[in-house]
Design a protein around this ligand. Sequence first.
Ligand code: AOF
Ligand code: ZN
Length: 360
Amino acid sequence: MPRTDDRRYMAAALRLARWHTGLTSTNPSVGCIVVKDGAIVGTGVTAVGGRPHAETQALADAGPRARGATVYVTLEPCSHHGKTPPCADALIASGVARVVVSVTDPDIRVSGRGLAMLAAAGISVEAGVLEEEGREVLSGYLMRQVEKRPHVTLKLAVSADGMIGRTGAGQVSVTGPLARAQVHALRAEMDAILVGAGTALADDPLLDVRLPGLESRSPHRFVLGRDFVLPTGSKLALSADRVPLTLIGGRVAADGRNAATSSGRSISPEPAEEGALLPLLNRMAEQGISSLLVEGGAKAASRFLDAGLVDRILLFEGPGKIGADGIASPLTRTHMPAGFRLVRSEIFGPDRAYHYERDS
Ligand code: AOF
Ligand code: ZN
C-alpha cells in the first residue's frame, strides 16, 4: 500500500532524475532517494554517461544507514549483469526494508525481474507511484525502448496572429529573451535537434545551447531536406567542429562532402520519398538518440505532424503581430491537431508557453 509520504519523496527523486536528463544516453536518467526515520540519508542520480546507476550511488551515500530504510527510485532497479552489477542485488545486500518505484523498466533484461528479485528477498515493494510524472521524465528512454524511435517534441513560436516568421526576412523575433532562454534550457535536455532545410537556409540558425554553464550540453543538430546546399559560411557549418551537425538529404557547399563526416555520426541520406521519417527516426534511435526537438519550420513541423510522429508540442506565443507577409504556423492554440491535450501553460515575460501531450 502507498504511504502518505511516498508521493512527496518520489517527487523529489523525479526532480533529481531531471538533473541529468540528456546527459546519460543511452541509459535513462534515474533518481534515487534513501529515507530513514523521516530523513533523507542518501541520494543518487544516474551518472553523466549512464553509469554508475542511481541506486548504487544513493546506497553508497547512505552507507550503513540504508539498513531498514525505504528507497524511492524513479525506474525499476535493474536485475541484469550489464556494464554494472544488478542494482536489485545492491539493494538486497544493503538491507533496505522497502523499495518504492515510479515506472517499471521495459528493457527486456529487466521488465519486472528487478521488482521480483526484491520481493523474493523479503523487501516490501511498491510500483506505480507518480507514474504519470515518471513517464514524462523517462519519456525519451521509454520511447526508444518500446517504439525504437526518439521521443519527439515539436516547438513552435507563433505571433498573436498565428505566424512563425516573415517571408524573406530571415529570423524574426516572435518571443522575448525569457522565452528564448527557456528554449535553450529545453535544448540542453535533448539528445538531438532538427530543423528543415528551408529554415536552415532562411534563418541561418546556430541551434546550440547558449546559457551560461550549459554550453557543453548542446545536442546533435540535424537538418532535413532534399538536395539542399548549406553555405560554407553558415553558422551551422562553421560550428560543426564544436557541435555535431548532420545533413540529411543535403551537403555543405564548398567541397561537396556530406557534413555528417564532420560530426563523426553518419546517418545515411534520407530516402527520397515523402513519409520516410520513421526509418530516419529508427536510425537515430539505433545510434542512441532518445529525444528529438523539432524546431521548425512550418514544412518540417507539418511533415512530423502528418506522419503522427509528434509526442509533445510546446507552443510559445508572443504578443506582437506579423501581418500579411507572415508565414502561417501549421498550428495555433485555437487550431491544434486532434489528439493533443493541454497539460500546462507558463508565462515568460510578455510571452506564454503551452505544453500539449499526445493522448496515449
Ligand atoms: C537502474 N538505475 O540509474 C539506470 C538504469 O548497460 P547498463 O549495465 O548500464 O544497463 C543499462 C540498463 O540499465 C538500461 O537499459 C536500463 O534498463 C537500466 N538503467 N537502471 O537500475 C539506473 N540508469
Ligand atoms: Zn541498475
